[in-house]
Design a protein around this ligand. Structure first.
Ligand code: 6GU
Length: 251
């Protein structure tokens, strides 16, 4: 899959995209990331990319011309791939949206900065708008990295375990069970004995129940939409049935 990222700060992407799973995905060819500095398409001597808002008020607005020139020179006119604007006004990003994007061969990400971007970019160039949550960042760069990361780990041949994305928190609609590794006792704190039992049926059941308990405690809103088996429902009913009694704690 190919990402074209349009930004005023291409250098902030490198420390992250050069390492770990994303770095390896780029080396293997599973992922291409092309960074484009919007300022390279500014035409005046000061290479201006922003200007004062019509109507007055504070702050600066990103100009339309360099953004159209950048995106159209890389992707064609009209652009031959979706052009996604990262903005707190976009549709909420989620694992489902990540899965949608991972099906595409190519996506352009446009990072807004300053107080905003000329509305004609949104109206006539952008095809989709994504927000990564209800808070305000100083620019779309971190959001673009979040989207790039979440999508990349879903691409074929990127993760060592091809089933890993199916087990993640949110993939199943539930939060993941706790994990432990050696040593079996650390500062007197023991690993749950079931994990050392070698009984894989019992381990799978324990993990599923921990997932359900954790989701019930932390994100009860997710349970309503999760895919639950009859056994899951029976376990949850048992937890909730002793009315008046507190839920068992997670630990
Ligand atoms: Cl995509 N951009 C900015 N600037 N702030 C955000 C965001 C995006 N998503 C949440 N907050």
């Amino acid at each position: 899959m190919r990402f074209d990222i349009f930004t005023l700060f291409p250098e902030v992407f490198h420390p992250y995209i050069d390492v770990s799973i994303i770095g390896r995905a780029r080396k293997s060819g599973a992922l291409e990331v092309h960074l484009h500095n919007i300022r390279d398409w500014a035409t005046d001597k000061h290479r201006t990319v922003d200007d004062e808002p019509y109507g007055g008020g504070g702050g600066m607005v990103m100009k339309a011309e360099p953004i159209f020139a950048a995106v159209e020179s890389v992707l064609g006119r009209p652009p031959q791939a979706p052009v996604i604007l990262l903005t707190p006004q976009g549709r909420p990003f989620s694992q489902k949206v990540a899965r949608e994007l991972a099906e595409l061969p190519r996506v352009a990400l446009l990072c807004g900065r300053y107080e905003g971007i000329d509305e004609r970019v949104r109206q006539h160039l952008v095809t989709d708008e994504i927000s990564i949550g209800d808070y305000v960042l100083t620019g779309g760069e971190l959001a673009a990295l979040v989207v790039l990361d979440a999508v990349t780990r879903l691409l074929p041949n990127v993760l060592g375990d091809p089933d890993a994305p199916d087990k993640d928190s949110h993939a199943t609609g539930l939060l993941e069970h706790p994990h432990y590794t050696r040593p079996a006792v650390f500062r007197g704190w023991e690993v749950p004995p079931v994990l050392l039992s070698g009984d894989h049926g019992k381990i799978a059941r324990w993990r599923r129940e921990q997932s359900l308990l954790r989701t019930l405690h932390r994100r009860p809103d997710l349970l309503a939409k999760a895919q639950l088996t009859e056994e899951d429902r029976a376990f949850l009913r048992k937890l909730l049935s002793e009315d008046g009694e507190a839920l068992p704690s997670e630990d």
